[in-house]
Each structure stands twice: as structure tokens, then as C-alpha cells.
Design a protein around this ligand. Sequence first.
Ligand code: HEC
Length: 357
Amino acid sequence: MRFGLVLNIVVAGTAAAAPAMAADGAPTFTRDVAPIFYKSCIECHRATMFAPMSLTSYEDARPWLRSIKRRIMERTMPPWGSDMPHGVLRNDPRLTDQEIQTIVSWIDGGAPKGDIADMPKMPAFADGWTIGKPDGVYSMTEDYKIPASGTIEYLYLRIPVNLPEDRWYTAVEIKPSARAHVHHVIAYTEPHSDAPTRPGSTFGPTNITGVSPNKPGLVFEPGVAKLLRTGHDIILQMHYTTNGTEAVDRTQVGFIFAKEPPKQIHITGLAAQPRFVIPAGDPNAEVKAVAEIKQDTIMTSLTPHMHVRGKDMTYTAYTRTARRNCSCACRSTTSTGRSPTTWPSRNACRKEPRSRS
Ligand code: HEC
């Protein structure tokens, strides 16, 4: 949760590691390349996951050499969308120059397999819960049959929870059973109701968490928890996709409950600008959204989200004083108490901020 902690973890990537090539010659798969694949690729590139091929063994990787070389040299694998001009992110998966160099010289050197005794141990992947054994598991009340083809509109599925009292939770995970057919799930809560479930507000304070391919469960730092309210149901916004085979899904949400009240509360916030028009032909239209954070807050994660026309996104944090003087910031909007759906249009955002002194 604290940035000191975050830093610790990433520095390893740039440390001057011992040369990955042994002195006696070109890199081999078992000794030099497999450790990199195991660390950086096989969370997605293994038989049960969604990437197009497995990279867990020499035989699996061998047919893909040209493609592997290209994708790691252009740095499009592992996938990562952030250039992070400031600071570091804990989950930055990028390969170091050294690692890229090792894989490229292995391929250029004829991709030798090496001694099987050098093969690293296969990491243990939880096919169950990544957060550990949950105290509470809430499942979809019925199976959902996913056809082999066609488009499936978003579904909103209600899971009654019936908690006798409010509970703080320290970890949560959404676990689809047909992962390869799930584009995403977003879970949030709503007061219990027997009426048909309609689309609700997926983000904001009632948000629980989301899952997309490869996203493990969420475990908060010690002392941090989030609230699951009595009298509320869980709503799943399900985006299933067809992929040529039929499947049956029954997604579960698992919680680990806090043993004691939290010292810090985890919440999900939102800065969205849903009302904008891209002028025809504009190659670089800009859209802004502002959220005011009223309490002392540690920001622990960011989820930029745009659809196909989106090119890039920048987050800027302003202190109250800096924002008052900054012509690029949007006029103070959320401080008026207006809800996100009435945030100003793009043009309003372009005006100079009004002096609020
Ligand atoms: C977060 C999941 C994820 C990780 C981690 C990941 N990949 Fe991928 N990879 C994918 C997906 C999804 C695709 C298919 C879409 C695409 O081609 O971009 C893919 C495609 C590829 C392809 C293209 C295959 C083809 O069709 O030619 C190569 C090569 C590749 N990955 C290599 C790697 C290597 C090497 C690593 C580790 C250094 C890695 N990937 C890490 C998810 C991942």
C-alpha cells in the first residue's frame, strides 16, 4: 500500500544481474530462457490459459521462435500499456534489456535445448483461489450456457448474500468457471431486491472488484479492508464472449473477512467523462474527467479504460493550490457535489478555471 513497499519490488528488474549467459557458450533453453518464460510469460502462455500457445517446455516454444523474437524486441510481450514517466508500478512486467538479449541470442544461436537437469521448477499455479481459502463464497444461482458463436450482450446477474451483519473483508476474488469465455466480470453491491436486475452502477463506492483474463484476486495490505454490507446483494456485470466452443459458466465471488476493524478503508473511485463527441476527422481529440479526492488518500492502483478509438491516457494529480493556478485543469466540478454523469462537456473543460480565491 505504501510507496516504499511498491518501490522495493520493482527495483529487481533493473539490478545488474549476473550475466544470464554462462561463460561456456550460448544460452540454452533449460538454463537461461525457461527461467525468464516462467517468470514473465507462462502466467498466460500455458495450456489452460488464454494466450495462443504454451511456452512451458522447449517443445512448446520451439515452433514460435521468430514470433517470440519479434514480439519481445518490439516490446509488445509481455503486454503492458504504461510508460510511467514518474515512479514505478509494482506489477510492471517488462523484460529487462538483459533478458531480451538472452532470449534473442538464444534464438540467433540456433535455440539449443540444453541440459534437462537445468530446467527450473514449474511454478505452482492456483487453479483454485489465488487469495487462499475464502471465508465466504457466493456463486451465481444458475449455470450460464455460452454458445459456440454469436455476440452475448452484457448480463447483470444477482447473487443474494444474506449477510447477518456488515462485514469487512481483506481479500476478494472473482472466479469464473469458464475463464476462456469471460472477457470481464465486474462485481458490485446493491440493496437486496426481488425485482429483475437492471444495469446498475458498476464503479464507485459499491464496487467490489473486477476480473479479466489473468487477473488474480485482490489482497489488501495489512490493516486495510473494504465493507460488504448486510442487506446487499452482489451484482455481476458479465461480459461473456464466444470462442468457437460451447461452455458452461458459474462464476463465484470469494471473500476473506477481516478479523478486526481496519485501520484504513479501501474504496474504488471514478473519474469518467461519458458525454463527449469526437469531431469527425479529428485525429487527436482530447477528453478530460476530474475527480476530487476530499480525504487524505493513498492511491494504490489505476485502471485506465477506453474503447477502440482511445490512444493514450494521462493521469495528473493536483494539490488544491496547484489546481487553482493551473490552466490545464478542468474547472472545479465535483466540489459542487454534482454526480459524475453531470460532469461538464469537453468544451467546459477547455475553459480556464475560474479563480476560486
Ligand atoms: C498477460 C498475459 C500475457 C503474458 C504475461 C505474455 N503474453 Fe504473449 N500473448 C498473450 C496474448 C493474449 C496473446 C495473443 C494476442 C497477441 O498476439 O497480442 C499473446 C501473443 C504472443 C505471441 C504471438 C503469437 C503469434 O501468434 O505469433 C508471442 C510470440 C508471445 N505472446 C510471446 C510472449 C512471451 C515471450 C512472453 C513473456 C516474455 C509473453 N508472451 C507474455 C498474453 C500474454
